[in-house]
Ligand binder design. Structure first.
Ligand SMILES: Cc1ncc(COP(=O)(O)O)c(C=O)c1O
Length: 382
């Protein structure tokens, strides 16, 4: 029997680069534990592969967005403590309590009550993290509610407040005034609760870990930097230039044709050739996460040369003008969407700038039909 066919558009995940980035971040973290953030399928990198590698490296605690994400990792056989970062509803309390290594982030009394009941049913205390909004303006109780919230939790016999946490909304900006004010608020909370038996205070994301001194407390929660991407152009820590992008995104040429000058290409003929042109087709479309809004704006690398994407990006295919490579280009040639070929590189930041968004969105949007191919010790596997 022949081998099963492979998708031609693929994301390559370089585990050695992940290890390298983590080493840099560990240095920054000092004595604080590093709790890698692997939510949203590890920012599009493939949570199963990333989590497995993290366990191999000795990481024990990781952060996910939801109990569904945590369960998928447990079902994949990846044994770790999963801090569940997003607010959730009491309907998930049973699932959260069913696994001793799930540690939900809690910010409503309804959820405390539901988890308390689920803990009684499970016959063991549920470890949780109380989220305090020190200035993020998203989820969390207000700082002046913390005392009452902790009292409420203490009255429920099967709850254990293991952590108190917060989050930075502006640590990636050049002006750190707001982050320092927030840090001061969090420090007061730490001091006020020192006798409460809380194990872990944690607040820092990548930008804070890199650029807000003393924001580490007991644990830090880096996401984007671990994947080798900078949180923003304003993060100045020199270690940012040493980060290595973990993900490369590549495809291959599946069709080539010469067209005359003035030929309309793809839906709506949003592009007409200016001269006789050699046009390549790649099996890459907006269904793969290559945004339609990049139409006629992106470049891709073929044979080490940047070539313009032309015409509308469609669901499954896009066109590239490879006229500059006449006589050199052929069917099956590798095409780089994000990554490096020879001396030429295209970054997630470049695509983000064209789409007026952030690198986070570019990598998390790479679609589920794009296989993640793990590169470890030079070998590929999926
Ligand atoms: C609560 C929380 N902590 C940590 C992170 C990691 O942030 P970053 O990827 O900027 O390091 C996130 C990501 O959005 C988050 O929501």
């Amino acid at each position: 029997m022949s081998a099963s066919p492979r998708q031609l558009t693929r994301a390559y995940i370089h585990l050695a680069r992940l290890t390298h980035n983590l080493r840099l971040l560990e240095n920054q973290a000092g004595t604080a534990q590093v709790w890698p953030v692997i939510k949203a399928d590890a920012y599009g990198h493939g949570a199963k592969y990333v989590a497995r590698h993290l366990v191999d490296l000795g990481y024990r605690t990781m952060c996910v967005a939801s109990v569904v994400e945590a369960l998928a990792l447990v079902e994949a056989g990846i044994d770790a403590v999963y801090v569940v970062l997003s607010a959730t509803l009491p309907e998930h309390s049973e699932a959260l309590a069913a696994h001793p290594n799930f540690e939900p982030v809690v910010c409503t009394r309804d959820m405390l009550d539901a988890l308390g009941a689920a803990g009684i049913a499970a016959g063991r205390p549920i470890p949780l993290h109380v989220k305090v909004d020190t200035g993020m303006g998203r989820i969390g109780i207000q700082p002046d509610e913390l005392r009452g919230f902790l009292d409420h939790a203490r009255r429920l016999p099967q709850l254990r407040v293991r952590g108190i946490m917060s989050h930075f909304p502006r640590a990636d900006e050049a002006d750190k005034t707001y982050s320092h004010e927030q840090l001061e608020r969090f420090r007061r909370l730490v001091n006020d609760t020192r006798t409460e038996g809380v194990d872990v205070y944690h607040m820092a994301n990548s930008a804070a870990l890199l650029d807000v001194p003393d924001s580490g407390f007991d644990a830090v929660r880096p996401g984007i930097a671990m994947y080798g991407l900078r949180p923003s152009a304003d993060v100045v820590n020199p270690c940012v230039s040493e980060l290595q992008p973990v993900l490369e995104w590549k495809t291959q040429i599946t069709f080539l044709k010469e067209v005359a000058a003035g030929a309309g290409l793809s839906y709506g003929h949003s592009y007409y050739t200016h001269a006789p042109s050699l046009i390549a087709t790649v099996p890459l479309g907006y269904a793969d996460g290559f945004s339609r809004r990049l139409s006629n704006r992106a470049e891709l690398i073929v044979q080490g040369v940047r070539c313009p994407q032309v015409g509308r990006i469609t669901m499954d295919m896009s066109l590239i003008d490879v006229s500059a490579l006449r006589g050199r280009v052929t069917l099956g040639d590798e095409v780089v969407i994000i990554g490096q070929q020879g001396e030429t590189q295209i970054t997630a930041d470049e695509l983000a700038a064209k789409l007026d968004t952030i690198n986070y969105e570019i990598v998390t949007r790479i679609g589920p039909r794009v296989p993640r191919i793990v590169i470890a010790n030079g070998d590929e596997s999926d």
